[in-house]
Design a protein around this ligand. Structure first.
Ligand code: PGA
Length: 240
């Protein structure tokens, strides 16, 4: 199981102290060997965080990257090679917050290719909006995001998909268990041998319901991941 923390645009150097609790917990947690813990802080914290988590279970990831893996004249951008250089092993791509600010499937595809070429593993986010869900076109939307996003990418072993319905991100709402099971099943049938995580308002309360959904390979956790106690609680409860 994957437990991925997405800190979004939160956190400064002092926030890194909160990792101590999580590192300590992971040392004594019996199921530690079975899980992957990935923290995706803002880019400013990737380097210091990577230093803090040396010799621990925690791996570090970025939240986005440029679509070229080589250096170049692109003011304000960070390419995947640079992220890898400062300790990132993963990168989140296709997050709905970035799709919202204009990222197209084509651009996301270019980013996924650049990231894998640079040697990063990719957490590829897909998900439908509330309007699309109401129109009952969720599968059509997910198919489009997958078909374009993974176009011409043959080697997919370094990619995991995070299914994040846009209407569930930061709202406290989660899909009905049956719907979620079916959607994940649909994604797994479409992309053979891929791990599929769920993301959207995962918290210590609803994890008891979410963990019962058999085909979920892990969780992408936003808000609740900023509080080490909540993050630890989510991991513990998944195995209780
Ligand atoms: P949330 O965010 O857990 O705060 O809903 C999830 C995400 O955006 O990845």
């Amino acid at each position: 199981m994957y437990f991925i923390a997405n800190w979004k645009m939160f956190g400064g150097l002092s926030t890194l102290n909160s990792l101590k609790k999580v590192i300590k917990f992971l040392k004594i947690f019996k199921k530690s060997k079975k899980i992957k813990i990935i923290y995706c802080p803002p880019s400013t914290l990737i380097c210091p965080m990577s230093k803090k988590v040396i010799n621990s279970k925690i791996q570090v990831g970025a939240q986005n990257c440029h679509e070229s893996f080589t250096y170049g004249a692109s003011t304000g951008s960070i390419n995947p090679t640079m992220l890898k250089n400062v300790g990132a092993k993963y990168v989140i791509l296709g997050h709905s917050e970035n799709r919202d600010s204009g990222e197209t499937d084509k651009l996301i595809n270019a980013k996924i290719r650049a990231a894998t070429q640079a040697g990063l593993k990719v957490i590829f986010c897909i998900g439908e909006t509330l309007g699309q869900k109401r129109k009952k076109i969720t599968k059509k939307i997910l198919s489009k995001q997958i078909n374009f996003g993974l176009q011409k990418i043959k080697k997919r072993k370094n990619i995991v998909i995070a299914y994040e319905p846009v209407w569930s991100i930061g709202t406290g709402l989660i899909p009905k268990a049956d719907d979620l099971f079916n959607t994940i099943n649909f994604i797994k049938k479409k992309v053979i041998n891929i791990k599929v995580l769920y993301g959207g308002s995962v918290n210590p309360k609803n994890i008891n319901e979410l963990k019962l959904i058999k085909n979920i390979d892990g969780f992408l956790i936003g808000g609740a991941s900023q509080d080490p106690k909540k993050f630890i609680d989510i991991i513990k409860k998944t195995y209780n």
